[in-house]
Write a protein that binds this ligand. Structure first.
Ligand code: NDP
Length: 333
């Protein structure tokens, strides 16, 4: 049972920042009312920032990082969860101000948890993880032109940071909807991977990483942007009238230097995405739709499985954009 378990512990002592896998005691867990035995976590961009130096997100040390997890309820003081329930956690600043998922156990607030839908398992849930959930939020925004907005059909779409976690799930889901996906990547050797998950056209990042004109050739009905900066400004200038642009990331830059022209001349919608505080009802909906939007067989080919020790040695790769596809973290490896 869980009197002792393994976790990544971050610590900061003056200038010295440390990360190590430690055996810790159950009594160390302090937040929340539901104890979850974790099967899997995952590696997201934000995890890379937190593992590096706390990323200005962690307020107290010692700390357990890991912004998402899936597992089984083992102790519950909540009327909404009972022992044996399979659950998913993403966001809510778990892994930042609360202890996170890079551990064999976590204790969290019941209102952070989503019950695992019947057609998923904990592994599939974390193959998607925070990045995948965010990608689905972006995809639904593009699709919204056809669904809730009763607008013109979507045909051509652009995904930036396409080999990344959010990007690769977006490519997969958009292509499954029948859209023609153009994938922007900085990785010249990943064209085959991108095509295997549904990209039709591959665009070299350097082509878009340039100063944008206010309006340029109209090419895309929808954009999923995970990188921000010049690339997002350029994507806006290439969006067709009434296009949908979902912005969720800053892998290139948090800045956005654009003009009002795409918005007032072409009626383009720039729709910001935040998965951290998304309401539970939306999360339940998105997780219940996961197998409709995602072909797990295709996605699995781009998944690497790491243990906690691998996170310590290699998580910095995600900040350099050196990872393609998703990293699943087996906390019991
Ligand atoms: P990844 O590192 O897996 O993906 C980012 C990808 O962006 C990289 O793989 C790379 O793809 C590309 N990239 C990296 N550096 C640069 C650069 N300097 N310029 C242009 N492109 C670059 O991260 P995630 O998928 O986990 O996250 C992507 C972004 O989305 C992050 O900024 C993250 O913080 C954000 N995010 C936001 C969420 C929200 O709720 N708003 C939730 C989840 C993530 P390639 O080599 O193919 O170009």
């Amino acid at each position: 049972n869980m009197s002792k378990f393994k976790a990544i512990i971050l610590n900061q002592d003056g200038e010295k920042f440390t990360r190590e896998v430690k055996e810790i005691d159950k009594s160390f867990l302090k937040h929340g009312n539901v104890v979850v035995k974790i099967d899997y976590s995952s590696l997201n961009y934000k995890d890379g920032m937190i593992l590096k130096n706390g990323g200005k997100l962690v307020k107290e040390y010692p700390h357990i990082p890991g912004i998402d997890f899936a597992g089984t309820v083992e102790e519950s003081e909540s009327p909404n969860f009972k022992n044996g329930d399979k659950v998913i956690l993403t966001g809510w600043r778990v892994g930042e101000i609360y202890f996170g998922g890079y551990a064999q156990y976590a204790k969290v607030q019941d209102n952070f948890l989503v019950k695992l839908p019947k057609d998923l398992d904990t592994k599939k849930a974390m193959i998607l993880g925070t990045a995948g959930l965010t990608a689905l939020m972006c995809v639904l925004i593009i699709q919204a032109r056809e669904t809730i907005l009763k607008g013109e059909p979507i045909k051509d779409v652009l995904v930036t940071g396409a080999t990344g976690g959010v990007g690769s799930v977006a490519v997969l889901a958009l292509s499954k909807l029948g859209y023609i996906v153009s994938a922007v990547t900085g990785k010249k050797d990943k064209s085959e991977f991108l095509k295997s998950i549904g990209a039709k056209n591959i665009i070299d990042r350097s082509e878009l990483d340039q100063e944008a004109r206010p309006l340029d050739k109209a090419l895309y009905d929808g954009v999923v942007d995970t990188v921000g900066g010049k690339i997002l400004a350029k994507a806006l200038s290439h969006t067709r009238p009434n296009g949908m642009v979902a912005a969720c990331g800053l892998a290139s830059s948090y800045k956005l230097d654009t003009t009002v022209m795409p918005f007032i001349i072409r009626g383009i919608k720039l729709w910001g995405v935040d998965s951290v505080t998304a309401p539970i009802i939306r999360r339940q909906f998105l997780w219940s739709q996961a197998t409709t939007y995602v072909d797990f067989e295709k996605l699995s080919k781009g998944v690497s499985i790491w243990g906690l020790q691998d996170i310590i040695s290699s998580s910095s790769k995600i900040l350099k954009g050196d990872i393609s596809g998703r990293v699943l973290v087996d906390v019991n490896k």
